[in-house]
Write a protein that binds this ligand. Structure first.
Ligand SMILES: [Zn+2]
Ligand SMILES: [Zn+2]
Ligand SMILES: [Zn+2]
Length: 116
């Protein structure tokens, strides 16, 4: 089970080392080389265990998001622990930043007032 994409529906075959991975991050963690990117990806559906090829050099059609053998919908928003954590952190940082900007502006206004 991949810890990066919690809801992975397919495995991806790395062209460089001919091994199966749930996601490119798994490859990066287990191998000491960069993953070889190719316009055609070999994938295996986790539901029906069938292997199929996907041309990723062109735009995805809606029908391309399903396994050609069992119609398993594999193109779904990836659930990752990182993305969930990042969303919360970014939101908090943004709020803090806005608050700081607002305070600075008010302080500048006050300075201007005392100068006049
Ligand atoms: Zn590799
Ligand atoms: Zn992974
Ligand atoms: Zn399938």
């Amino acid at each position: 089970m991949c810890k990066h994409i919690l809801n992975a529906q397919v495995q991806i075959r790395a062209q460089c080392c001919k091994k199966w991975f749930d996601c490119p991050e798994c490859h990066a963690e287990n191998e000491d080389h960069e993953i070889l990117k190719s316009p055609e990806i070999i994938m295996a559906c986790k539901k029906c265990k069938k292997v199929f090829r996907k041309d990723v050099s062109t735009e995805f059609d809606e029908c391309d998001e399903y396994c050609p053998r069992c119609d398993n919908h594999y193109v779904i928003p990836a659930e990752t622990p990182e993305s969930k954590g990042k969303l919360v952190i970014e939101f908090e940082q943004e709020r803090g930043f806005e608050h700081k900007m607002f305070k600075d502006e008010r302080e500048r206004d006050r300075d201007n007032l005392t100068m006049q």
